[in-house]
Design a protein around this ligand. Structure first.
Ligand code: CIR
Length: 285
């Protein structure tokens, strides 16, 4: 577990940045069932050490708290082994939450507790994706602050993207094919305002070319050697990215980019064994 901070902040620039301002994070506990029953892409399971996963998660949550976020933690649900990956259950933007219909049937039951907390406890306007054909995992939804990109993957389809566009009519929605890998954000996320972190693998680079060609706005790119490490977060002026013990080359790339923001490294080795990434463990509001 690594938690380190590099002070390269430029307060002036941080003040100007409107993207990535949040006050609350919804997270969920890790059930024991994650070890044997969580969905995996790999053919062979690398078993999660649940205690270590909980320790890494505690650092992640504390990092968000240190960045000024109130943490709302839902209890783990043993019957939902993938429940820590709350990002997939809702897309929140400007006070509205679209509660998704996750692409894998085993995950659909997760959304009820998430919906309840967003609506009843946090007072968001909730739209629930109930249409039978529509599917969406929040991991496929990349919001840049200016527009949405939606990965069309095994988990998210056109009908889901259409409902997202109807729910957030102020922003354009561009679909991006994701033929390999779980979600769009497995290899492409916002590292900072107007800066995308993109993996150097072929699927990630293909997605980036599509984003560049078909998006409404222009973004700088930060090419990250490991696709998995291109999943990072930008929260209240700080970048949260992979730890050097997990992705040494990629951690160096983030450091060498000299983006004018403080950076925090957070390890995510255990949940990565079941395809969990940094973004997927919280819903930021
Ligand atoms: C799944 O396959 O659904 C989970 N094991 C991992 C979900 C990760 N979600 C995300 O990155 N947004």
């Amino acid at each position: 577990m690594t938690l380190s901070m590099t002070l390269t902040s430029d307060p002036q620039r941080n003040k100007m940045a409107a993207y990535g301002r949040y006050h609350t994070a919804v997270v969920r506990g890790i059930p024991d069932s994650v070890r044997y029953e969580a969905l995996i892409q790999a053919e062979q399971r690398d078993y999660v050490d649940v205690e270590k996963a909980r320790q890494e998660k505690a650092v992640y949550v504390q990092t968000l708290r240190d960045l000024g976020l109130r943490i709302v933690e839902l209890p783990a649900a043993e019957e939902h082994p993938d429940c820590p990956f709350v990002e997939d259950c809702a897309v929140v933007c400007n006070g509205t939450a679209l509660v998704t219909r996750p692409g894998h049937p085993s995950r659909r039951g997760e959304v009820h507790a998430v919906k309840k907390v967003l609506e009843a406890d946090l007072g968001l306007e909730v739209v629930h994706m109930v249409e039978d054909e529509a599917t969406m995992d929040g991991g496929d939804v990349l919001f840049t602050g200016k527009e949405f990109f939606v990965g069309l993957s095994n988990r998210t389809n056109e009908a889901g993207a259409r409902i997202l566009a109807e729910t957030f009519p102020d922003y354009s929605v561009t679909t991006i094919p994701v033929a390999r890998g779980l979600h769009l954000k497995c290899f492409c996320t916002m590292a900072a305002p107007d800066v995308m972190a993109v993996g150097e693998g072929p699927e990630a680079q293909k997605a980036w070319q599509e984003i560049r060609a078909r998006g409404d706005h222009k973004y700088a790119v930060l090419n990250i050697p490991d696709d998995g490490a291109a999943n990072c977060m930008f929260v209240n002026g700080t970048m949260i990215h992979c730890a050097a013990d997990e992705f040494p080359k990629s951690a160096k790339t983030y450091a060498a980019a000299h983006l004018a923001y403080p950076r925090v490294q957070v390890s995510n080795k255990e949940l990565a064994k079941v395809d969990g990434s940094l973004t997927c463990c919280s819903i930021l509001i």
